[in-house]
Design a binder for this molecule. Structure first.
Ligand code: ZN
Length: 134
């Protein structure tokens, strides 16, 4: 596992939060991207070497809608960059982690992603992401 790729924050209203975080960071988001299959709309901020992803639910049954209903807004996941997501999924399964997506799926920001169940990682939702190389 490599560096933290980004930290994901669940928000109720992406536009409001884009404005809020733009004030916090002193700069605007650099992209907005909807992931229809996940029922989310995301925006990304570059903060030094790190990225922050804001996530707003676009459907009532999306994971982000459920998260906010249960926990309110806040930190949703930590994403780590990996070189080989399939190898990493296999390695983590052997270590006893519960992988939510054994087959990685296409996420935002040109990434293949897979999540680990937070119950197997001390309540932290972990995202693995691998850059899709064209
Ligand atoms: Zn993410």
């Amino acid at each position: 596992m490599n560096k933290i790729e980004h930290i994901g924050i669940a928000v109720k209203n992406l536009e409001d939060s884009n404005n809020l975080f733009a004030k916090l960071f002193g700069k605007s988001h650099y992209k907005i991207e909807a992931v229809a299959t996940e029922g989310v709309k995301t925006s990304f901020f570059q903060v030094g070497e790190n990225k922050i992803e804001l996530l707003e639910a676009t459907t009532n049954d999306s994971a982000i809608a459920k998260f906010i209903a249960k926990n309110g807004e806040g930190i949703h996941h930590i994403a780590f960059a990996v070189d080989d997501i399939l190898a990493e999924i296999e390695r983590l399964k052997k270590e006893g982690f519960k992988v939510l997506h054994e087959t990685p799926k296409k996420g935002a920001d040109n990434k293949l992603v897979a999540f680990l169940h937070p119950k197997s990682s001390n309540g932290v939702l972990i995202e693995l992401c691998q850059e899709i190389k064209e």
